[in-house]
Design a binder for this molecule. Structure first.
Ligand code: AMP
Length: 114
């Protein structure tokens, strides 16, 4: 089901460059190439999962916890914890998920639209 022919897999392999914010054993975080807000980062799992549901079903509790703790750490590194921010994940067709590798967006740095 997971298809390695996607841009985030290539970023993980170092085949495509990214503007890295943070990396550990579980995640890689980098800036979105087409930012929607002043701060727009992506946190992608190193576990090869298609989307949030695939990750939740197949990641161990430790992997799941590590992933979301890393998301929080990236928000801290981006200095948006005080002002507030949004974490979101697009899943499937109706959400217009483009890249079929599990990731979350971190949005902030200004007032977000509803
Ligand atoms: P989605 O799959 O709908 O959650 O959106 C994928 C996101 O990845 C979009 O916001 C794109 O701007 C972003 N994106 C696509 N290619 C790259 C890349 N090479 N580097 C950074 N961000 C990217």
């Amino acid at each position: 089901m997971y298809d390695k022919d996607n841009v985030f897999y290539k970023i993980l392999q170092g085949e495509i460059p990214s503007k890295k914010i943070y990396e550990d054993d579980n995640v890689l975080a980098f800036y979105d190439i087409n930012p929607m807000y002043k701060v727009h980062a992506l946190v992608i799992s190193k576990k090869l999962c298609v989307d949030f549901d695939d990750f939740v079903l197949n990641a161990t509790p430790t992997e799941t916890s590590n992933f979301f703790q890393a998301v929080s750490k990236v928000a801290e590194l981006l200095n948006i914890k005080q002002s507030g921010y949004r974490v979101l994940s697009n899943i499937g067709k109706n959400a217009n998920q483009i890249v079929k590798h599990f990731h979350v967006h971190i949005l902030g740095g200004e007032q977000l639209r509803d």
